[in-house]
Design a protein around this ligand. Sequence first.
Ligand SMILES: *[C@@H]1O[C@H](CO)[C@@H](O)[C@H](O)[C@H]1NC(C)=O
Ligand SMILES: *[C@@H]1O[C@H](CO)[C@@H](O)[C@H](O)[C@H]1NC(C)=O
Ligand SMILES: *[C@@H]1O[C@H](CO)[C@@H](O)[C@H](O)[C@H]1NC(C)=O
Ligand SMILES: *[C@@H]1O[C@H](CO)[C@@H](O)[C@H](O)[C@H]1NC(C)=O
Ligand SMILES: *[C@@H]1O[C@H](CO)[C@@H](O)[C@H](O)[C@H]1NC(C)=O
Ligand SMILES: *[C@@H]1O[C@H](CO)[C@@H](O)[C@H](O)[C@H]1NC(C)=O
Ligand SMILES: *[C@@H]1O[C@H](CO)[C@@H](O)[C@H](O)[C@H]1NC(C)=O
Length: 438
Amino acid sequence: MLPLASLVLLSSLHWTAVLAADNGLAITPQMGWNTWNHFGCDISEDTILSAAQAILASNLTDFGYEYVIMDDCWHAPSRDNQTGAPVADPSKFPNGIKDLSDKIHAMGLKFGIYSDAGTYTCGGRFGSLGYEEIDAKTYAEWGVDYLKYDNCYNEGLSGTPHISHERYANMSRALNATGRPILYSMCNWGEDGPWNFAQNIANSWRISGDIMDNFDRYDDRCPCTSVIDCKLPGFHCAMTRIIDFAAPVGQKAGPGHWNDLDMLEIGNGGMTFDEYVTHFSMWSILKSPLILGNDVTDMTNETLTIITNKAIIDINQDAAGSPANRMWKRSVDEGGDLSLWAGSLVNNTFVFTLLNTSPAEQTVQVDFADVFFDQGKTYQTQPYEVFDLWQKDDEGTWGKSIGIIQGSMNVTIGVHQTKVWKAVPAPQTSTRRDYAEL
Ligand SMILES: *[C@@H]1O[C@H](CO)[C@@H](O)[C@H](O)[C@H]1NC(C)=O
Ligand SMILES: *[C@@H]1O[C@H](CO)[C@@H](O)[C@H](O)[C@H]1NC(C)=O
Ligand SMILES: *[C@@H]1O[C@H](CO)[C@@H](O)[C@H](O)[C@H]1NC(C)=O
Ligand SMILES: *[C@@H]1O[C@H](CO)[C@@H](O)[C@H](O)[C@H]1NC(C)=O
Ligand SMILES: *[C@@H]1O[C@H](CO)[C@@H](O)[C@H](O)[C@H]1NC(C)=O
Ligand SMILES: *[C@@H]1O[C@H](CO)[C@@H](O)[C@H](O)[C@H]1NC(C)=O
Ligand SMILES: *[C@@H]1O[C@H](CO)[C@@H](O)[C@H](O)[C@H]1NC(C)=O
């Protein structure tokens, strides 16, 4: 039982009314850019405005990137000591946050901010625990469209899904009470299984400790082997470890509430071209938010090529909102493994992906009995037109037809490479789903 005083306080926060997932946002996974992975705490008004200008100049908005998110360390040393309202660092943000967000909006972009469901942020600035209402109200007045909400210094208010839910729901209610639709991106590192408790309060939730710009290096600071019941999410999680973490929780995501595999590292220099293709492909098919984390004012053609593959982005933004599932995973002699992933798209079309984390080229037979395991025998045996989404067609459009294929296909896949195909049932074939076969 809660003490009476708490009940009074809770009712003043509109206890019954609110679901952040009801804010109408993130119907497909959110896309944008965030300061943290490249700039860390070294940010200012100029960092953010320069990035926004670069996003426009490189036409990233045409591909769906819209949120410009200011991560940790925007804060003044303390809150306003009269009102308790949050205050920005006056030297880094001489014109204030409202002015910055007005400028971002004038460019046709949306503006995001960062805070923490604890006493301090991870960078040691003032946190929002106990200040949810005034912080949400201030963000709304500043024109904020997106909140990334971290989990450092949480005073031990975790350990059960209920406690974590209450702490994160307080900010969800406060955001809703502002009347401004603000995308709520929970960053509680998968603690207490947000895929089970956050669907009604948040638009996305991180599933693991922080990503590291590395393909597969094991690091003791990211010690868990699975995110189910992980007690120390940590950080320095290699990219492919996060893919492993994500495999079982896809079933919990959908329109308005997504598994967040963390911000992208593409362009930050720690991985090869093929490894970054793997990163972008897997984040896309698993329906993670696609939040760039590189310096967009200084991008190589390779980076731009990867992050503007429209066919891959279309998979991420597909209206069915259905994360792909891992159909099998096989160890290979050289170390690492091969895995096959498959997912449903709108209009009776499908995506499937082969991932090679081993240090050697592999030749693999991909059986449609595995790709269409969930759909039954008709789907497993009928022919498909198959498109390779990392090849361009004759017009230069991503997604080249590799022919009509039935039953299986043999694929050669390079070191750390991912191939992504779209399958469209070939004309004049039955697309009837026969439940008796399942
Ligand atoms: C607040 O929650 C209500 C009820 O779930 C919903 O209808 C409304 O759109 C939400 N408003 C905002 C601004 O998120
Ligand atoms: C952006 O799009 C405009 C208009 O289509 C085009 O003229 C320009 O070259 C594009 N810029 C880049 C960097 O692709
Ligand atoms: C309150 O904040 C003002 C302005 O930042 C500062 O000058 C003053 O010393 C603060 N007062 C206290 C009691 O901390
Ligand atoms: C949620 O907010 C209520 C009302 O302010 C407060 O009593 C409660 O302790 C908060 N819960 C958590 C877990 O922060
Ligand atoms: C990048 O692409 C542009 C336009 O296609 C081209 O002019 C330029 O030479 C390329 N730069 C590099 C380093 O490949
Ligand atoms: C799905 O089919 C409808 C109706 O033919 C069409 O308008 C729509 O563009 C299709 N969507 C995709 C993603 O192909
Ligand atoms: C794939 O390779 C296997 C083994 O070499 C062979 O038996 C099979 O016929 C090949 N399938 C196709 C579709 O080429």
